[in-house]
Write a protein that binds this ligand. Structure first.
Ligand code: 5GP
Ligand code: ZN
Length: 117
């Protein structure tokens, strides 16, 4: 599995940089965002270094499906599932991406506005 030793989220996935984990298995890590924008704000990443959703191919279907399934499970575990929540992935600087390792933002615990800014 490819990793980038310079990548912040690869280093969080390996445990080199500490995080407050909500879930982890052999393929995915979920951890609380360091600067939460909602009462519950968790990031879900594949352990594999994929730069963004723009890099995905059909070969990545299993990991993407697993990421969303884990997000749903974490949302239930965190107690935000019944009220509803948002899953977002930013792509590129214009899309608001600041860390170039694919991640889902799982946000809940408050009402979300639409469209996002
Ligand atoms: P992006 O802006 O790329 O969509 O999301 C990156 C997210 O990573 C931001 O919400 C930011 O607060 C979070 N973040 C940046 N550095 C760290 C860190 O060292 N630890 C954790 N837990 N979150 C981080
Ligand atoms: Zn990475």
């Amino acid at each position: 599995m490819a990793n980038d030793p310079e990548c912040l989220f690869c280093r969080i996935a390996s445990g080199e940089i500490p995080s407050k984990q909500a879930f982890a298995d052999e393929a995915v890590v979920a951890f609380h965002d360091i600067a939460p924008r909602a009462p519950t704000h968790i990031l879900l990443i594949p352990r594999e270094h994929i730069r963004s959703a723009a890099e995905l191919t059909d070969d990545d279907a299993p990991i993407v499906g697993h990421l969303f399934a884990v997000a749903a499970r974490v949302a239930r575990d965190q107690g935000i599932s019944d009220a509803g929540y948002r899953i977002v992935t930013n792509i590129g600087r214009g899309g608001g991406q600041t860390v170039d390792h694919l991640h889902l933002h799982l946000m809940g615990g408050r009402s979300m506005t639409w469209p996002p800014g």
